[in-house]
Design a protein around this ligand. Structure first.
Ligand code: GDP
Length: 330
C-alpha cells in the first residue's frame, strides 16, 4: 500500500517538475495583452489651459501671493465670482499650514463639480434604450461629439443608434452618416429639410424596435426659418415622448470650450427651455479657457459628462474632476 502511495507521489512530483521546466522554458503564461492604460487621460491634452493656470500657480507656492493666484484663475477663465470663492476657501483651509496653494485650490475646484453626476451605467440600466438628445448651437461640435459618443458606447459593448435630426444644416445628415459608418452603428434619418420631429420619432421607434441600448439624437443648432430654435427643440422632445413617455431621458448641451465663460448665457437659455441634464465641453485642446468649466458647471448647476480634446474619434474623455484638475494645474 505504502509503495502505491510512494509511486503516486513520485509521479505527481515528476509531472510538477516537468511543468515547471516547460513554464521556465516558454516563460510564464501571459495575461491577455492589454493596451497600457494612461494614468490620467487628460494629461497632454489641456496644455494651453495648464500653461496659464499651472505655471502661474506654481510661482505662488509658499508664501502665497494671492494676487498672482487671482490673476492666474481669472486668466484661465475661472470667472470673478468663482475665483473669489475658491480663494476664500483655499485661504480658510490653509489656516497656517504650509500646504501648497495649488493643492488647496485643486481640492476646492474638484468640490465645485464633483457630486451631481449620475453614472452612465445607472442611466443605461434604468432605460432601454437610453435616449439622449444632444443640443447646442451650430459649430459647437455637436455632430462630431455624437460620433465620438457612439464610439465610446460601442466600445463598451453597447448597441447604438444615431438619429440625424439636424435636417436644416446642409451636410449635417451626411456628416453624421459618415460617423455612423466609421464607428459601425445604426443610423436613421429623413431627407434634408424634413421635419426633425418626424426623424426623432422614427429614430426612437427604431431604437426601441431594434432593442438598442442608446439612441443619440442630433438636433438643429440654427434654423433657416425665423421660428424659435428652443420651440422647435421642445416640439422634438414632445414627439419623442409619443414613443417613450420618459424620453429623452437625458438632454446634453454641447458647448464650445473656446468660448469659455462667454457661453454661459447661451447655456442658460438652453437649460431653461429644455431642462438640460448634462454638459459636454468641446475643443479644450485648443484653448486656454478650460478653467471656464468651473463657473459654467457651478452657475448652471449641471454636471459635465464628457470633454472634447481633439477631432479624432478617441478624443472624447469622460469627465473626472480630480484628473481634470490634476491635468490643468500640473
Ligand atoms: P456642430 O455644428 O455643432 O455639429 O459642429 P461640428 O461637429 O460640425 O464641429 C465643428 C468643428 O469643430 C469641426 O471642424 C470639428 O472637427 C471641430 N471639433 C469638434 N470637437 C472638437 C474638439 O474637441 N477639438 C477640436 N480641436 N475640434 C473639435
Amino acid at each position: 500500500m505504502i509503495s502505491i502511495y510512494l509511486s503516486v507521489g513520485l509521479v505527481v512530483l515528476g509531472v510538477g517538475a516537468l511543468a515547471g521546466w516547460a513554464i521556465k522554458k516558454k516563460g510564464r503564461p501571459q495575461a491577455p495583452t492589454q493596451m497600457p492604460k494612461l494614468e490620467n487621460p487628460f494629461l497632454g491634452k489641456l496644455e494651453r489651459t495648464k500653461s496659464i493656470l499651472g505655471l502661474k500657480l506654481e510661482r505662488s507656492a509658499t508664501p502665497s501671493n494671492w494676487e498672482v493666484v487671482e490673476e492666474a484663475l481669472l486668466e484661465g477663465d475661472v470667472g470673478a465670482a468663482t475665483t473669489e470663492r475658491l480663494i476664500a476657501r483655499a485661504k480658510q483651509n490653509r489656516n497656517g499650514s504650509d500646504e501648497p496653494v495649488k493643492s488647496l485650490l485643486g481640492q476646492e475646484m474638484v468640490k465645485l463639480i464633483d457630486t451631481r453626476r449620475v453614472a452612465l451605467s445607472e442611466l443605461m440600466e434604468k432605460n432601454h434604450p437610453l435616449v439622449i438628445s444632444v443640443v447646442g448651437i451650430n459649430g459647437a461640435g455637436k455632430t462630431t461629439t455624437i460620433g465620438k459618443l457612439a464610439h465610446h458606447f460601442k466600445s463598451s459593448g453597447k448597441k447604438v443608434l444615431l438619429g440625424a435630426g439636424d435636417t436644416f444644416r446642409a451636410g449635417a445628415i451626411a456628416q453624421l452618416k459618415m460617423w455612423a459608418e466609421r464607428v459601425g452603428v445604426d443610423f436613421v434619418t429623413g431627407r434634408e429639410g424634413a421635419d426633425p420631429g418626424a426623424v426623432a420619432f422614427d429614430a426612437v421607434s427604431a431604437g426601441k424596435a431594434r432593442a438598442m441600448d442608446v439612441v443619440l439624437l442630433d438636433t438643429a443648432g440654427r434654423l433657416h426659418t425665423k421660428s424659435n430654435l428652443m420651440e422647435e427643440l421642445k416640439k422634438i422632445h414632445k414627439v419623442v415622448k409619443k414613443v417613450i413617455p420618459e424620453a429623452p431621458h437625458e438632454t446634453w448641451l454641447v458647448l464650445d470650450g473656446t468660448l469659455g465663460q462667454n457661453s454661459i448665457n447661451q447655456a442658460k437659455e438652453f437649460s431653461e427651455a429644455l431642462g438640460v441634464t448634462g454638459l459636454i465641453v468641446t475643443k479644450l485642446d485648443g484653448t486656454s479657457k478650460g478653467g471656464a468649466i468651473f463657473p459654467i458647471s457651478e452657475e448652471l448647476s449641471l454636471p459635465v459628462y464628457f470633454v472634447g480634446v481633439g477631432e479624432s474619434v478617441e478624443d472624447l474623455i469622460p469627465f473626472q474632476p480630480e484628473k481634470f484638475v490634476e491635468a490643468i494645474l500640473g
